[in-house]
Design a protein around this ligand. Structure first.
Ligand code: RIB
Length: 339
């Protein structure tokens, strides 16, 4: 049986209200009484039920964050930025991993709604905005992370992935490459589709350039390794002279398949560029060129937008305008694409 506030009050010979004051406003209680109550808390092993207290206040001081793949350092950097901004408001972040699976994504949305979180940040798998609209209508503010909502019905923070894809492939073309392979998928993921669109725009500007798509099931090292193996096994004349991987995890897998298992020289025979600029990119066996996303700033900004959404919802304001923050990607050149 959990120790209650009443047990502590009895043990310290004070009222329940005094125990509550010691827990929440010790400055208004005499030091002797604070010491006596804290001794009783220690002796009885009392643990405050913060969730119940927060729910009595109407809404939790936690924020739910649903990311696509918790193994991807990009999202842990996003979570770090979200935590930094939440901590400024004495709030916490609860992390959910959809694992690029719609069932898991839905389960986390249900869980965070039941927990009455202050709001939900989500990098959504699909354009299933009605699901998120219903969540908001029932009282849980929502901000999209790393995505803009197609109808701009939600506040969002993202990077312009079309510009990012064009940056990556323009860099390959400017270094003389002409047979470009785009490795990425699923194409239903907006980030992948936008990066591919940018790649197509870059190739369209160079007459003798060609782009082929090597689709993957997901954006993981394993999928990257499989794609790299399929390209390595081709006759040398049939291979691309450059690869743009839709994110750094894919690029790491491609690099592994080409260099450590296949003896293909990067960048001499095949140049390689990724996306995100996670810390491991610079530390790769051939330091990886990448397109940098300000992941920590994305997370920090997302919480900022969510706090504004929650304040507008609480005030009942009907003139609130959702904000769409779009950061610009940055080309980071390292050994894997140097001419
Ligand atoms: O997981 C999806 C990818 O899209 C991540 O690598 C990151 O680039 C995000 O924008």
């Amino acid at each position: 049986m959990a120790v209650s506030v009443k047990d502590v009050a009895l043990a310290a010979s004070v009222s329940v209200g005094t125990v509550s004051n010691v827990l929440n406003r010790p400055e208004i209680v005499s030091p002797a009484t604070v010491e006596r109550v804290q001794a009783a808390i220690e002796r009885l092993g009392f643990v405050r039920n913060d969730a119940a207290r927060q729910l009595r206040a109407g809404r939790s001081r936690s924020i739910g964050l649903v990311v696509l793949d918790v193994r991807n350092p990009f999202f842990t950097d996003v979570a770090r930025g979200a935590e930094d901004r939440a901590a400024e408001e004495h709030m916490t972040v609860l992390l959910g991993n959809s694992d690029e699976n719609t069932t898991r994504e839905g389960a986390y949305l249900d869980l965070f709604e039941e927990q009455r979180v202050h709001g939900v940040l989500i990098s959504p798998l699909t354009d299933d905005m009605p699901r998120l609209a219903r969540l908001r209508e029932r009282g849980t503010p929502v901000v999209l992370v790393d995505r803009e909502s197609p109808d701009r019905a939600f506040s969002s923070v993202a990077v312009d992935d079309v510009v990012g894809g064009e940056l990556a492939v323009s860099h390959l073309l400017e270094s003389g490459r002409r047979r470009i392979a785009f490795v990425g998928g699923p194409e239903g993921l907006q980030q992948v589709a936008d990066r591919l669109e940018g790649a197509r725009r870059a190739v369209a500007k160079v007459a003798d350039a060609a782009l082929e798509v090597v689709s993957t099931e997901s954006l993981t090292v394993l999928e990257g390794r499989a794609a790299g193996e399929s390209l390595r096994e081709r006759e040398a004349f049939d291979r691309p002279d450059a690869i743009f991987a839709a994110n750094d995890l894919l690029a790491m897998g491609v690099l592994q398949a080409l260099t450590m298992q296949g003896g293909v020289r990067v960048p001499d025979e095949i140049a390689l560029i990724g996306y995100d600029d996670i810390d491991f990119a610079a530390a790769a066996v051939v330091p990886l060129s990448s397109i940098r996303q300000p992941a920590t700033l994305i997370g920090y900004t997302a919480v900022d937008l969510l706090l504004k959404e929650a304040a507008a919802a609480a005030s009942g304001a009907d003139d609130h305008v959702h904000e769409h923050v779009v950061f610009q990607p940055e080309l980071v050149v390292r050994a894997s694409t140097r001419a």
